[in-house]
Design a protein around this ligand. Structure first.
Ligand SMILES: Cc1cc2nc3c(=O)[nH]c(=O)nc-3n(C[C@H](O)[C@H](O)[C@H](O)COP(=O)(O)OP(=O)(O)OC[C@H]3O[C@@H](n4cnc5c(N)ncnc54)[C@H](O)[C@@H]3O)c2cc1C
Length: 362
């Protein structure tokens, strides 16, 4: 019997499994494909803050961003490469956000040095930008594997949760508790108040004679160039879903689009595409993650009823690698110490909004 089973071995599943193991729990980690195979395996995995003036996500990101840099550097130093980050505005609306951000942030920013800006296209040079001194890029699959080290891994697709009065039965394994970390793929708990949607993304690793010493975010994300290799990635396709579309994803068209957008930032020469990585990232309606206990809406009791020994960690959008260390720590504290996660990230907030739309229910 395991103490806890984690379903989904992306960055969220691996981070919570890691924290639970560190707390002395016997953990089983499930993935239908492999460790770091979903959205996490496709990610460019840049650690960047949220560039806006204010808001709940901005506040959460201001906590999670330095926490993530510190967490990866201390616990998984071989999986992080530090690099400054140049974020360039795509349009006037974003330029306004960047100006607000610069006036309000406590993070270390500076004017972008000449050797960074002079390699940009004219359009990028003329656009508003923010230069962050302390950024990082994570080895996405590598860190998932490193976190899962020493944890029992099962390559199994879980198709149902069976609660047997005290424990869950999952693919022939028994566990006292379950954490759902399945990203944008088929949900195992269908609750009308939980709406998560997947956005398809594509990353390519390319060989090129162009060089950059910093990570760049503009129309797409472009990594620092290491040994002549650069990663270019974006999640932008809201229509494609690998479990719903009949046609396979058009890799060639995706490559062309990524290269076209990257060339709006720097001129890429002598390009050879080495690898493609694709996957879904999963976002919520209010862009905040969903972390913690799950209310059972069909229960007719007047009190709030939660699914027994069941929690989730999901909905991290385009910031999974930034948020996962921080929110997994919060979830671990909820599971081990009974400390409830803040309502701004708990699934409970969506349940309350759902109830308001159903005034007769409670
Ligand atoms: C192209 C691209 C670029 C990105 N760039 C960045 C970036 O620069 N920085 C950043 O922070 N984030 C980035 N993201 C977002 C980031 O990748 C996601 O936020 C993150 O991967 C979400 O992790 P997850 O663990 O929730 O989901 P996933 O990584 O999708 O993991 C879910 C896992 O659950 C498994 N699973 C699903 N259902 C079941 C089941 N029933 N049984 C067993 N296993 C199951 C899946 O196989 C999958 O491996 C990017 C995403 C993409 C696609």
């Amino acid at each position: 019997m395991y103490d806890i089973a984690v379903i989904g071995a992306g960055i969220n599943g691996c981070a919570i499994a890691y924290y639970l193991k560190q707390s002395g729990k016997k953990v089983a980690l499930f993935d239908r494909e492999a460790i770091g195979a979903g959205g996490s395996g496709a990610a460019g995995a840049f650690i960047s803050p949220k560039f806006s003036k204010s808001g709940e996500l901005k506040e959460l990101m201001e906590l999670a961003y330095p926490f993530a840099l510190d967490f990866y550097s201390h616990h998984f130093p071989t999986c992080i490469k530090n690099a400054p980050l140049l974020h360039t505005a795509k349009d006037e609306e974003e330029a306004r956000k960047l100006r607000d951000f610069k006036e309000n942030t406590a993070l270390g920013i500076a004017p972008a040095p000449l050797h960074v800006t002079q390699i940009l296209t004219q359009d990028a040079q003329n656009s508003e930008n923010v230069y962050i001194l302390n950024g990082g890029v994570i080895d996405a699959k590598g860190v998932c594997h490193a976190m899962a080290e020493g944890i029992d891994f099962f390559k199994t697709e879980i198709d149902a949760l069976a609660w047997r009065d005290g424990y869950y039965e999952l693919g022939g394994i028994q566990a006292k508790e379950v954490v759902l970390a399945y990203g944008a793929y088929t949900p195992l708990v269908n609750e009308p108040y939980i709406n998560l949607r997947g956005i398809w993304g594509h990353r390519i690793d390319i060989k090129t004679s162009a060089r950059t010493e910093v990570t760049m975010h503009h129309h797409v994300s472009i990594s620092k160039c290491t040994d002549g290799i650069m990663a270019i990635g974006a999640t932008h396709d809201v229509h494609y879903h690998p479990q719903k579309n009949e046609e396979p994803y058009d890799i060639e068209a995706g490559r062309k689009e990524l290269l076209k957008r990257a060339n709006l930032t720097i001129e890429l020469k002598d390009v050879e595409v080495l690898n493609d990585f694709t996957g879904l990232r999963c976002g919520s309606n209010d862009y905040m993650p969903l972390v913690g206990k799950i209310v059972e809406s069909k229960n007719s009791s007047k009190e709030l009823v939660y699914y027994p020994n069941l929690t989730m960690i999901n909905g991290v959008g385009g910031y999974g690698f930034v948020l996962a260390p921080y929110i997994a720590k919060k979830l671990c504290e909820e599971i081990i110490q009974g400390k409830e996660t803040d309502e701004s990230i708990a699934p409970l907030r969506f349940y309350k909004r759902y109830l308001k739309r159903l005034p007769s229910k409670r």
